[in-house]
Write a protein that binds this ligand. Structure first.
Ligand code: PMP
Ligand code: GLN
Length: 382
């Protein structure tokens, strides 16, 4: 076994989804919608297969149609220009984008500052690159960035800042002021920033997603990552993308070639169509729908005795179970037998285990009747 992977076993998502199946529980653990994305999108993938589009190896950087569509989307939504040929790379989901970014840009011994709690593949891929993660902890209730803690985490070995907004698992959305602190630190210490924006369209209330690359001086030192999985409710398709200036993108592309080489040919055409054709109605509908689901689950959790930290983005709710159990890990292992619901113990997303010990994460990207049944079951906890 590779020593760098010694601390990594089965992912918490696989463990908890298997537990949900084995116990017949409602799975609010792993984040995936229980209804598939727009019919036009699904149909166009089937059409691409029938038309022989992408059934053989697509081009290494991704099909030109999709790279152009990603560029068009980035321009329309945020006013950012990327050259589809030199600055956009299609990957096997954001997961491969993250791995290729770490493997392409890091050297052994480099330090990566990541905001914790963090998505599990960050830790593993930083380790695969032989680099070291340095956590900066986001604290409840708002999980906002402590700029002083960020500054204190920088050392001469720091090479990269890794951020994620909207943030899994807390649902926090970085404000312009927080992004400005990140930009200032990156510029002062000449760091690359990797920004995982897979939940870019899942923001609620008055929250706005601001790509870090839009801040002055940041475009050319930022690697931006997104994916079709969350936006279009097709997490099984694994179509993601990386946007960065040529010197950074070249390094990521080199690593990506030897991970999957290419993937998902027909799906690339379908996602290109969705990016080009779905407009404001689609994005507003997605938000409104998820806002209702968030409110339904938040109210149910609150009534059941959880302390709920209202998310401003993503499709996750973080809740504190201090009044209901000794710790979140025990709570999540017992929850299926106690009431037939599965959740994720947030402690797995922390290096500072104490900071996340009593926190758990629930996914609300489920049909309303499923959420209502989950809430009914959770109400029996007490
Ligand atoms: N980053 C974050 C923050 C995520 O939550 C996820 C998916 N759960 C990913 C990356 C991976 O995205 P994909 O499914 O496109 O590989
Ligand atoms: N991104 C999803 C989550 O956070 C699932 C990821 C996975 O299963 N690897 O739940």
């Amino acid at each position: 076994r590779n020593r760098q992977l010694a601390e990594f076993g089965t992912t918490i998502f696989a463990e908890m989804s298997a537990l949900a199946v084995a116990t017949g529980s409602i799975n609010l653990g792993q984040g995936f919608p229980d209804t598939d994305g727009p019919a036009s999108l699904l149909e166009s993938a089937a059409e691409a297969i029938r038309a022989g589009k992408g059934n053989q190896y697509p081009p290494g950087p991704g099909v030109p149609e999709l790279r152009q569509a990603v560029a068009g989307h980035r321009q329309r939504h945020y006013g950012l220009s990327y050259d589809p040929d030199r600055e956009i790379l299609i990957t096997a989901g954001a997961t491969e984008a993250i791995a290729a970014t770490m493997l392409g840009l890091l050297n052994p011994g480099d330090e990566v500052i990541a905001l914790e709690p963090y998505y599990d593949s960050y830790a593993a891929t930083i380790a695969m690159a032989g680099a070291r993660r340095v956590p900066v902890t986001l604290h409840p209730p708002r999980f906002e960035l402590d700029g002083d803690a960020l500054r204190r985490a920088v050392t001469p070995r720091t090479r990269m800042l890794l951020i994620n907004s909207p943030h899994n698992p807390t649902g926090a959305v970085l404000s312009r002021a927080e992004l400005a602190v990140i930009a200032a630190v990156a510029i002062e210490h000449d760091l690359v920033v990797v920004t995982d924006e897979v939940y870019e369209h899942l923001v609620f209330d008055d929250a706005v997603h601001i790509p870090l690359a839009t801040l002055p001086g940041m475009r050319d030192r930022t690697v931006s990552i997104s994916s079709a999985g969350k936006t279009f409710s097709v997490t099984g398709w694994k179509i993601g993308w990386v946007m960065a200036a040529p010197p950074l993108l070249d390094a990521v592309r080199t690593a990506k070639q030897f991970l999957t080489f290419v993937s998902g040919g027909p799906f690339q055409y379908a996602v290109a169509g969705a990016l080009n054709t779905l407009g404001a109605d689609f994005y507003t509908g997605l938000r409104d729908d998820l806002t209702g689901k968030r409110d339904l689950l938040a109210a149910g959790l609150t009534a059941a005795g959880f302390r709920v930290y209202q998310p401003r983005g993503t499709y996750f709710i973080t809740a504190d179970v201090a009044h209901l159990a000794d710790d979140g890990l025990t709570f999540c292992r017992e929850l299926p037998s106690r009431c037939g619901v599965v959740a994720i113990p947030s402690t797995v997303f922390y290096d500072n285990k104490a900071a996340g010990a009593s926190l758990v994460r629930f996914a609300f990207c489920k049909q309303d009747h499923v959420l209502r049944e989950a809430v009914t079951r959770l109400a029996t906890l007490g």
